[in-house]
Design a protein around this ligand. Sequence first.
Ligand code: UDP
Length: 333
Amino acid sequence: MILVTGGAGYIGSHCVMRLLEAGKKVIIFDNLSTGHIETVNELKKHGELEFIKGDLLNIEDIKKVFNNNIDAVIHFAALSLVGESVKEPLKYYYNNVMGTLNLLNVMIENNVKKIVFSSTAATYGEPKYTPIDELHPQNPINPYGNTKLMIEKMMDDFDKAYGLKSVRLRYFNVAGADEKARIGEWHNIETHLIPNILKSVFDENKTFNIFGTDYNTKDGTCVRDYINIEDLITAHILALEYLFNGGNTNFFNLGTNEGNSVKEVFDACQKVLNKNINVSTKERREGDPEILVADNKKAKEVLGWQNNKTLTDSISSAFEWEKKLSGKIYAKN
Ligand code: UDP
C-alpha cells in the first residue's frame, strides 16, 4: 500500500491516477485546504483508493493512517505559493516543515523507511549557472524554498540516524494535465503561467499579464523549463522502484533541459488554441529569477527516466482540462 499525502492536489492526483492504473493500492491523506474532493471522487473510479481527510499538523491523524500496511510514502502535501510564503512565513514553516516532521516521526515509529518527496528548483535560489544540475548550491530566496530545503536536510539527517531512504525530486515548471482530462491543475488562487493564459480565454473578466519584458533573455521575458505532468509522474514511479530495489537516498532535477520564454509560451498557446489572446505587459513580478532551466542528466542516468512530451502537448492537455474546469465553475454562477 502506498500513502500519498496531498493526493487531492494537482501533482499528487496525477501520481495517484498512475498508481491506481498500475493496480497499486493507494491511500490519500489530504486536508483539502487546496485539493478538491471532486478530484478524489474521480480518482476513486480508477482503482483501490482510500481517502483519509486529515492534517499533517495533527500527529494523531497521521498515526491512524499508519494502522494500514504502508510500504512507502509519496509526500506532496505542502503550501506552495512563493508570494504568500513571503507574507506568511509562519504558516509555511508550520505546514511544510512541522507537517513533514510529524510525518517522518510516524513513519520511523512504524518502520516505514521509504519516501519520495516533492522538492523544487526553488531550493537553488538565484541561479549561478545554467542549466542547473544537482550540484548547484542550494540557497533559496524565499520562505517556500527554505521550507523545502529544510525538509531535504531533515531527510539526510534521518537517513544517517534512522535509515530513512528518501528520493527528493526537484521540480522545475510543471505543466499540462491528464491526457483524458479527467483531472488537472485546479488552484483557487492561480499564479501559474499556462493556466493564467488559458483562463484569460475562458473568463472575460481575466486579462493575461506578462510580468516583465526587460529581462536579459532572448526576448526580454523570463525563461523557464516546462516539464509535462505525465513525464514528471513517470519519474515518481521510477523513484519508488529505485527505493524498492534498495536504492540509497538521492535527489534529482526534473525538467527538460530546455528553456522557453513567457512570450514563447504565450505564442504556443495562441497556436494550440488557434486564437489571438489579449495580453498586457506589467512590471516584473518580485522574486522571479531571469532563467531557470534544469540539467536533467542525472535522472536519466540513475532512474532511467525520459521526458517525452513537448510544450505543445502540455498546453493541449491543459487546454482540454481548462475547458472542463471552466464549464464546472461557470455552471455554478
Ligand atoms: N508569468 C506571467 N504572467 C502570469 C503568470 C506567470 O508573466 O500570469 C511569468 C512569471 O513572471 C514567470 C513565468 O511566467 O516568469 C513562470 O511563472 P509561474 O508562476 O508559472 O512559475 P514559477 O517559475 O514562478 O514557478
